[in-house]
Design a binder for this molecule. Structure first.
Ligand code: NAP
Length: 264
């Protein structure tokens, strides 16, 4: 079996990376940065986001697993002290693969080619200096004209990240869905938005259309781009899935409890 390791590059993560590599090679596994079957991320959830985007073009062939060198993560749920146990399970192939939904973001431009992105956590649309004004269409029907700081469109696994900080709901990752959450919408007697987060199923789509010719900032997980000349941005549940190697049960709601309520 071929493996690769993504480190956050701090001293502890690098030391664990060296240990994990030598243990796995002792078991006869091959270190392969081009075509790994398993990718071990060592750091935090942010490190796994980097690993995901590094291998986003081969998701059907790869299973990810995360070790956290800081606090417990949603993607990085193994402790450094469990490294040997994890290596043994990888070497013996004692794991299942679970698949979770991703967000597809298609940016259509007026005078340039369109681009398609995949997000593991979320995409955000923000206007840095002026109010963002976007028409929101759901399944081709006008829903609202949004005015405010921005919109966050998240996956179920990303619902515990930026979306949660914005007051969005936590969505179980077995649900094939995506969520649209507002950032500081303007609501008064003239301007109206729904105010609540919207959770859309896999067969629905959301289209944002800039109302004025404006420049805005778009993020796809940790990646940030400035967009101009945009005709529309379309969000869907992607056909691609992210695959995680699961070595033991760690129910999602327990993870939510340990991350946000108490670790006991
Ligand atoms: P980052 O420092 O890598 O991530 C910011 C924080 O979000 C970190 O504490 C990270 O955990 C945590 N996180 C990432 N994915 C998560 C998930 N699925 N569930 C729960 N927590 C999660 O910052 P970055 O490099 O810019 O990474 C981009 C991510 O940061 C975005 O995808 C976005 O979700 C998040 N973000 C959050 C806010 C906010 O909460 N107000 C604002 C901007 C961006 P680790 O410490 O384990 O890496």
């Amino acid at each position: 079996m071929k493996f690769c390791i993504q480190s956050r590059l701090d001293p502890q993560s690098n030391e664990l990376m060296g240990l994990a590599r030598s243990y796995l090679e002792e078991f006869g596994l091959l270190f392969d940065e081009e075509n790994p079957e398993i990718v071990i991320s060592i750091g935090g959830d942010g490190t796994l986001l980097h690993a995901f985007h590094r291998f986003a073009h081969k998701l059907d062939k790869i299973a990810f697993v995360g070790i956290h060198t800081g606090h417990l993560g949603f993607y990085a749920d193994w402790k450094p002290s469990e490294l040997e146990k994890l290596v043994l399970s990888i070497a013996k192939k004692e794991y299942n693969v679970v698949e979770y939904p991703l967000l597809e973001v298609q940016v259509q431009r007026n005078n340039k080619e369109s681009s398609t992105y995949l997000a593991l956590n979320e995409a955000t649309i923000k206007s840095p200096d002026v109010t963002l004004v976007m028409d929101v269409e759901l399944n081709g029907n006008h829903f609202e004209r949004f005015r405010g700081d921005g919109l966050c469109v998240s996956t179920p696994t990303g619902s515990t990240a930026y979306n949660k900080a914005l007051g969005g709901a936590i969505i179980h990752p077995s649900l094939q869905a995506f969520q649209i959450t507002e950032m500081a919408s303007i609501n008064n007697r003239v301007f109206r938005t729904v105010g609540s987060s919207l959770v859309l199923p896999a067969h629905h789509n959301c289209m944002l259309k800039p109302v004025n010719e404006q420049q805005f900032n778009m993020t796809i997980d940790h990646i940030s781009v400035i967009e101009t000349d945009v005709k529309a941005i379309i969000f869907n549940v992607a056909n691609e899935k992210v695959r995680f190697a699961r070595f033991r049960p760690f129910p999602f709601w327990e993870r939510v409890h340990e991350s946000f309520i108490s670790d006991k």
